[in-house]
Design a protein around this ligand. Structure first.
Ligand code: ZN
Length: 342
């Protein structure tokens, strides 16, 4: 028996909507799920697939239906090998391509193989290229009774209005900090009971992940925290005129383009917050950002954000992470008073 909102209480509202729609047999054929990176969109989608495919959903704690966890469908899903659930995610190009959406369309019209229903998940619908989006539109225009499409989208990223208008949308919020801390500690302990992480490592991972718990878990168990600290230090030294842009760009290159842009975007968004009198989410960057905010007009932060969006768009075409980091670092450096000429 699986009730996802027990493990991840911040999914409650989005989960309630699905349970209620399912109980009353009026679940839409396509749902868009918005949420920050690492907040649990994929886990939510997998729970929805389980509920829709289960042979004998039962009443959970709330009396609302949950998957039984014991039938053949639930077993196949638990083993991650159910032929009636497909996930389409960006490949190396960082985009979901038209071939993948064609495969999805073929899957949508075929009969279910084992279950009575099918679920297609696009993880991430905001990364559909234009041909793929048009192909998806055709599938959305001719809804089929035995397939549900779940389109997962990162907050703040654009999705074609033509697609949006054909789907119902749900939001998954970032949990409050205590909830995120609780989930993170519990999940890491389940994964490896012998590994003990100091509290400050968990706090820092959550701070850098904007309290998105799954992203924080990824940060703690991978090398992101070390690479981020090295990049932040190189960035600070460069801003103070103590290092070259090439040295700083190298530290960002080590993170890879996506994470490098994610960091630089976070600081630019923090700069906009500080300029508007708010608090930065990355407290370690607070001093540098308040200094920059005092010496620059507020629109500069938005110019930086535009720069980063351009790099992200270029990333689709395999942009060079070092070059993109260099371009953005130069824009940051031009904001240091007295250093504008360089
Ligand atoms: Zn079941």
């Amino acid at each position: 028996m699986t009730d996802i909102s027990r493990d991840m209480p911040w999914l409650q509202q989005a989960w309630d909507r699905v349970q209620a729609g399912f109980a009353e047999n009026r679940l839409p054929h396509a749902l868009i799920v918005n949420g920050e990176r690492g907040v649990g969109k994929r886990a939510w989608a997998e729970a929805v697939a389980e509920l829709l495919l289960c042979d004998s959903p039962t009443g959970g704690d709330s009396g609302r239906p949950v998957a039984c966890g014991r039938c053949k469908q639930c077993e196949l899903l638990a083993a991650d090998s159910h032929p009636d659930v497909r996930v389409y995610a960006p490949e190396k190009s960082r985009m979901v391509k038209v071939d993948q959406v064609r495969a999805l369309s073929a899957f949508a019209v075929a009969s279910p193989q084992v279950a009575h229903h099918k679920v297609a998940i696009i993880d991430r619908a905001d990364q559909l290229n234009i041909n793929a989006a048009n192909a998806l539109l055709k599938t959305l225009e001719e809804p089929l009774p035995d397939v549900t499409l779940l389109l997962l989208q990162e907050s703040g990223r654009p999705l074609l209005p033509t697609i949006r208008s054909r789907c119902q949308a749900l939001n998954i919020p970032v949990p409050p900090k205590p909830q995120a801390e609780d989930w993170l500690a519990r999940t890491l302990a389940q994964r490896d009971p012998d590994q003990v992480y100091p509290g400050e490592v968990l706090s820092k991972a959550l701070m850098l992940a904007g309290n998105a718990p799954r992203l924080a878990a990824e940060y703690v168990s991978g090398d992101f925290l070390d690479l981020r600290d090295a990049a932040f230090e190189a960035f600070r030294q460069y801003m103070k005129g103590r290092g070259t842009v090439a040295e700083a760009a190298k530290a960002f290159k080590a993170l890879g383009l996506d994470d490098a842009l994610f960091l630089l975007e976070g600081w630019a968004a923090d700069l906009a917050r500080v300029a508007a009198g708010g608090q930065p989410s990355d407290s370690e960057a607070a001093d540098m950002l308040s200094f920059l905010a005092r010496h620059n007009p507020a629109w500069k932060a938005h110019e930086l954000l535009d720069n980063i969006r351009e790099s992200r768009a270029a990333g689709v075409y395999n942009a060079n992470p070092e070059l993109e980091a260099t371009r953005i670092l130069l824009a940051w450096r031009s904001m240091m008073p007295g250093k504008r000429a360089s």
